[in-house]
Ligand binder design. Structure first.
Ligand code: GTP
Length: 200
């Protein structure tokens, strides 16, 4: 049986936006109220996404980590979830700098990314409009999900992680095609060189 693709996903965002709660909701479909804010944790998880089994390693970073730790976690990851809290404009303002750091650390540009606006259950305390999240996601050319780790009726949390895995799969397919195209070109060039030698 073909080995399932393995992807490393890292979750970033300001302290308190709900990174741990989102990861636990995705892994266990449960919501747990309190976590150790200084704790970074890595989890392994398998999911079937569009009939393909995908093995994920998910890194739930601690919001308080310094830039050096962020950079090392960014080097580790293949795909990224950036989370903000819809009731905390400061956490939304931190998304663009986080993405900028990602682009600096991971060359080439346009890193596989999903933007999540969490705590949608707290609409009465909302500070960031849905359309602002949609606009920022369009600027970053990534998928956008407003959800709630606390009340995840529609399974949007899982959908956000699955869509990131789909994006990684799409990138891999494009890279594979490019590699095949370039190796075919090299073979053609070698054959032409050989035929030129024989005919001369
Ligand atoms: N109402 C509501 N509260 C949430 C939601 N997600 C997380 N919380 C609460 O927000 C607080 C922070 O959640 P965490 O998951 O610890 O946030 P974090 O981003 O991991 O925080 P750090 O570990 O400090 O980076 C906790 O009190 C959670 O119970 C949500 O969707 N709705």
């Amino acid at each position: 049986m073909a080995k399932s693709p393995e992807v490393k996903l890292a979750v970033f965002g300001r302290a308190g936006v709900g990174k741990s709660a989102l990861v636990v909701r995705f892994l266990t479909r449960r919501f747990i109220w309190e976590y150790d804010p200084t704790l970074e944790s890595t989890y392994r998880h398998q999911a079937t996404i569009d009939d393909e089994v995908v093995t994920m390693e998910i890194l739930d970073t601690a919001g308080q980590e310094d830039t050096q730790q962020k950079e090392s976690h960014m080097r580790w990851g293949d795909g990224f979830v950036i989370v903000y809290d819809i009731t905390d404009r400061g956490s939304f303002d931190e998304v663009a700098p986080l993405r900028g750091l990602l682009e600096e650390v991971k060359k080439p540009k346009n890193v596989p990314l999903v933007l999540v606006g969490n705590k949608a259950d707290l609409d009465h305390a909302r500070q960031v409009g849905t359309e602002e999240g949609e606009r920022l996601a369009a600027e970053m050319a990534c998928a956008f999900y407003e959800c709630s780790a606390c009340a995840d009726e529609g399974g949007m949390v899982a959908e956000a992680f699955h869509e990131l895995c789909r994006e990684l799969r799409r990138r891999k397919a494009v890279q594979g095609k490019a590699r095949r195209r370039s190796s075919t070109t090299h073979v053609k060039q070698a054959i032409n060189k050989m035929l030129t030698k024989i005919s001369s």
